[in-house]
Design a protein around this ligand. Structure first.
Ligand SMILES: *Cc1c(COP(=O)(O)O)cnc(C)c1O
Length: 383
């Protein structure tokens, strides 16, 4: 093995791309917290650093790790997933036409609808995973097609390669919100997408202790520069401490991911065809409608995210989430601890979420403990 041979992404992640502190030998890079940087004796900037709103060395180091994992030409980290999404939208010309899934991450959808209501952009929706519906929604003047796959909270799988072909034929950009399919399993850029987006709050950090967003691309052009400019002006670059935590989190990304996928598969299999369960939505199950495409584009596991639709109404389903003792009744996903959420309580009747759906973010605990916890919670609520 020489320094120049191509390293596995697992090795890159575990060693944070080999970024140790040159001066002290500290095997963990230090955190840069400064808000401003002194010029050198020639009154020049050192390493281009000027002011924290423009980014910091620690943010840059975390970006280097993710950029390598995504095999991208450029990566920006933001102080939230939403601010990364907002920067992309801000970089588009006024009144651009955007095509988005009917169901997707709630916060991003609300943000887009708000922008559309004010006349800043126009929106059309498609049914996730349905290529014909996507074809119909894309117009000659469509600027951006937004994919989220697997999609919250039904985990429908949209074919990134096929949509990229369709969009490209119309000159539209493709962004993939790949939050629930991190680079361990899906590399959207390699499949033809223009932007890979993550809420790094979720799997990339993985410890439920940071809010962060990430955007990667191979299109280093004026738009990419403009997105960086928006980030700079709005002060949405990921600050030093948070960037350091994300870099810490990414070191264990692959082991956390593999374990979460394994646990989720065990839970999905257990509750598939369970007498108190109407349906399990998990692309890892061979009977799931998204399985064939998932097998093709999720080459490193089917994620720790799934939904269980229990036999019962809104009240019964909410009670399942109240009865669990290990699954914490909290929103968010991608952490080491398992979470359960009754999405209907959050979204209400307007967004098509089933009232009996429970969204699970499966963590890295013992799978038998998790199954036993869900069993008792479901039996108590539905039995
Ligand atoms: C959490 C999430 C977001 C938003 O990211 P924040 O870090 O909460 O701002 C966007 N998309 C998906 C799929 C998410 O799960």
């Amino acid at each position: 093995m020489t320094k120049n041979s191509k390293l596995s992404p697992e090795t890159i992640a575990a060693q944070a791309a080999g970024q140790i502190d040159e001066k002290t030998g500290s095997v963990i890079a230090p955190i840069h917290m400064a808000s401003t940087y002194a010029r050198d004796e020639n009154y020049d900037l050192r390493e281009g650093l000027i002011y924290a709103r423009y980014g910091s060395p620690t943010c840059g180091q975390a970006e280097t790790v993710l950029q390598k994992l995504e095999e991208a030409e450029g990566t920006y980290l933001f102080n939230s997933g939403l601010s990364a999404a907002a920067a992309v939208l801000e970089s588009l010309p006024a009144q651009s036409h955007i095509v988005v899934p009917e169901n997707m991450y709630f916060g991003v959808l609300i943000w887009m609808q708000r922008q559309a209501d004010k006349g800043y952009l126009t929106l059309d929706t498609y049914t996730p995973a349905d290529l014909n519906s996507i074809k119909t929604a894309i117009r000659d003047d469509t600027a951006l097609v937004w994919i989220e796959t697997p999609t919250n909270p039904t985990w429908a799988v949209t074919d990134i390669a096929e949509v990229s072909k369709i969009a490209k034929a119309k000159g539209a950009l493709v962004l993939v919100d790949s939050t629930t399919a991190p680079p361990c399993t899906t590399k959207p850029l390699a499949l033809g997408a223009d932007y890979a987006f993550h809420s790094a709050t979720k799997y990339l950090n993985g410890h439920s202790d940071v809010l962060a967003g990430a955007l990667s691309t191979n299109l280093i052009d004026d738009r990419w520069e403009d997105i960086g400019f928006v980030r700079k002006l709005q002060g949405t670059a990921l600050p030093g401490f948070e960037a350091w935590l994300v870099m810490r989190g990414m070191r264990t990304l692959y082991v956390r991911w593999n374990k979460a996928c394994e646990n989720a598969m065990a839970i999905a299999k257990h509750f598939n065809n369970h007498p108190l369960v109407e349906r399990v939505q998990y692309p890892g199950l061979p009977n799931d409608p998204g399985h064939a495409v998932a097998k093709k584009q999720m080459t490193g596991g089917f994620s720790g995210m799934m939904s269980i639709l229990v036999k019962g109404d809104e009240e019964v389903a909410r009670n399942v989430a109240r009865n669990t003792e290990l699954f914490l009744p909290a929103t968010s996903l991608g952490g080491v601890e398992s979470l359960i959420e009754h999405r209907y309580t959050i979204e209400g009747p307007d967004y098509g979420v089933a009232e009996n759906l429970l969204r699970l973010s499966v963590g890295i605990e013992d799978p038998d403990d998790l199954i036993a916890d869900l069993e008792q919670a479901i039996t108590k609520a539905c039995g």
